[in-house]
Design a protein around this ligand. Structure first.
Ligand SMILES: NC(=O)c1ccc[n+]([C@@H]2O[C@H](COP(=O)([O-])OP(=O)(O)OC[C@H]3O[C@@H](n4cnc5c(N)ncnc54)[C@H](OP(=O)(O)O)[C@@H]3O)[C@@H](O)[C@H]2O)c1
Length: 240
């Protein structure tokens, strides 16, 4: 089976690389998804049987500050991929990575797949639009999740009062493999079994030195407070 993975240099992409060793993982230069013709050419040349679309602009402040760019990557980029797959017309299985940020983030709401989405920031809005774009293509699996890579936390401090039902990237990839093996299509939440803070997540992932920060000390753009999700279509995974 020929597998194409976008976003291979990212946090999730690194775990995908370990799990799908033989996959074609073009860099963002080789296949910039905002470039319609380049994306079309790469996909039509490679002719994937499965395409995992993990490329996105995920930096929430940058999405707020550079809305046009965020739209181009997170929405037009998905449209370019979908258009190329429609043209390829080989029934390629599309996996689209979405996020808990499509929800408003009310405290301990535990959003399920059937809850109405209502993004609180531009990143979440573009990812929700990306979901809608993928629905133009029939053979699509949409996975909403929330994760971090194990090891050193990506910031010097982690929030003690921002929460989610997080997983680690390798666990998300294991869940993806299960869903893929069953050829699932439609929308699924891939979630951990516990609501924990970002700081708990960072330490559980092995960074015992990471500092603590609370929302009271924070003065950046709006961030979601509680990204906890549940699932009525799949199962929960033990965060460990
Ligand atoms: N992080 C989370 O907690 C989380 C939660 C839920 C869902 N997701 C979703 O999961 C996916 C992976 O997230 P991540 O945290 O692994 O992201 P990440 O570490 O920020 O990596 C993003 C990836 O997208 C690539 N990329 C950016 N712009 C691109 C473009 N124009 N064309 C092609 N590739 C481009 C980047 O390539 P370069 O490095 O070369 O720029 C990088 O490989 C995303 O779709 C994200 O929305 C993330």
């Amino acid at each position: 089976m020929k597998v194409l993975i976008t976003g291979g240099s990212g946090a999730l992409g690194r775990s995908l690389k370990e799990a799908f060793g033989g996959a074609y993982m073009p860099s963002s230069r080789e296949m910039d998804v905002t470039d319609r013709e380049l994306t079309r050419k790469k996909i039509l040349e490679y002719r994937p049987d499965m395409l995992m679309h993990a490329a996105a602009l995920v930096n929430i402040p940058k999405c707020e500050q550079e809305k046009k760019y965020a739209w181009n990557v997170n929405v037009e980029g998905v449209q370019n991929v979908v258009n190329a797959l429609k043209e390829l017309d080989n029934g390629c299985y599309l996996i689209y990575m979405s996020t808990a940020c499509v929800f408003a983030g009310e405290k301990e709401k535990y959003y399920i797949e059937d809850d109405p989405a209502c993004p609180a920031n531009y990143y979440g809005f573009t990812k929700l639009c990306g979901e809608i774009v993928t629905r133009q293509y029939p053979n699509t699996l949409i996975i909403r999740t929330n994760f971090a890579a194990r090891g050193k936390w990506k910031h010097p401090k982690a929030f003690v009062d921002r929460f989610g039902t997080y997983l680690f990237t390798d666990q998300v990839v294991s869940a993806m493999k299960e869903l893929i093996s069953l050829k699932k299509t439609g929308l699924f939440h891939v979630v951990g079994d516990k609501r924990i803070s970002m700081h708990e997540l960072a330490t559980l992932g092995g960074d015992t030195e990471v500092g603590k920060i609370s929302l009271k000390e924070y003065n950046g753009p709006h961030v979601t407070v509680d990204m906890s999700m549940s699932t009525v279509r799949w199962k929960k995974y033990r965060i460990a």
